[in-house]
Design a protein around this ligand. Structure first.
Ligand code: SF4
Length: 317
């Protein structure tokens, strides 16, 4: 005879897709392979991806994280983070004859190329993004100062005064809220009907898919738990999307950050992870929930993501 559980039942809806994207996977592999090939230490300019657990694991393997290139000795390899870097950074590395490996996500590089093309075509460029985020710093740094204007909100669109309103283009950060950005783009199009647009959406597939998954799960749960770091743009956006979908949403670094008081009265809890958060954190959270509740776990059905990015030639096997 089975003993009935005294723990309260709780249903967990796992959002799919969640967690690592192809750009994060590639960036982490670049650091791991660089350490295997060149030995420790390997320097990494900025957090390779915005996740504390990933950074701590790589640090234990021999990565040294710095914020600027002048903190790296010239005789050790350096990796540039997935967010991309201003052009001056590889230029400085070449000038110092350093061995550098660029882990910039190819989808961020695509935006850099777009910016360059618009600039060469004489267009004034608007970048939709968040001031100070390393990806934005990197994209602004592809072109001379003043060539790209940063816009963060619909209100900023009204304040933007281009030299020639008929010759404007926009690009975006890759990890924005799809819905908020649509509003900003609509305002830009209303003001500048001839504005040149990205050939293919700049918000990346991983950001879009994870937000769509959260919209579905968020509408069906009372509380949404998003695993990710507070400086991870796409993770922060997932919590916002969950909130808008109707779930009380919390961004947590890992299971230890869970406050069980959030789950009081909740019958269904959604769980997802930002594009830089490893699946091991999801498993840790489920283990913690299972210690308190009688869990039923349901994984949302979705098309599997099949995107893979090639490694730099120097590290390919
Ligand atoms: Fe690349 Fe998108 Fe992943 Fe950023 S979130 S690393 S842009 S795939």
């Amino acid at each position: 005879m089975t003993t009935p559980s005294l723990r309260r039942p709780l249903k967990v809806l796992l959002a799919t897709p969640r967690g690592f994207c192809a750009g994060v996977d590639r960036a982490i592999q670049i650091v791991e392979r660089a350490i295997a090939k060149y030995g420790a230490p390997v320097y990494v300019r900025h957090e390779i991806v915005h996740n504390r657990h990933v950074v701590e694991r790589l640090r234990a393997l021999g990565a040294v994280f710095v914020e600027e290139l002048d903190q790296c000795p010239a005789d050790r390899p350096v990796v540039f983070s997935a967010h991309g870097v201003p052009k001056r950074v590889p230029a400085e590395a070449r000038a110092r004859e350093m061995l550098y490996l660029d882990a910039t996500c190819p989808l961020v590089s695509k935006v850099h190329v777009e910016a360059q093309r618009h600039h060469e075509a004489g267009r004034e460029i608007v970048l939709i993004g968040h001031a100070g985020h390393p990806e934005v710093v990197g994209t602004l740094g592809q072109l001379p100062q003043g060539a790209v204007a940063l816009i963060e909100t619909v209100a900023d669109v009204a304040d933007f005064q281009p030299r020639d309103p008929a010759n404007v283009a926009f690009i975006t950060q890759t990890t924005l809220s799809v819905d908020d950005t649509a509003g900003i783009i609509a305002a830009l199009r209303a003001r500048f009907p001839a504005i040149a647009t990205p050939y293919k959406e700049d918000i990346c597939y991983a950001t879009t898919n994870r937000q769509e998954a959260v919209k579905t799960v968020g509408a069906k749960c009372d509380v949404l738990l998003v695993l990710g770091s507070a400086n991870s743009s796409n993770s922060v956006r997932l919590a916002e999307v969950g909130h808008r979908a109707g779930a009380a949403s919390y961004l947590i670094e890992d299971a230890t950050a869970l406050d069980l008081a959030w789950l009081e009265g909740a019958r269904v809890v959604g769980v997802t992870a930002g594009a830089s958060a490893p699946e091991v954190l999801v498993n840790g959270l489920l283990d913690r929930l299972a210690r308190t509740f009688d869990l039923t776990i349901q994984e949302a059905e979705a098309e599997p993501e099949t995107v893979i990015f090639k490694l730099p030639r120097a590290l390919a096997v």
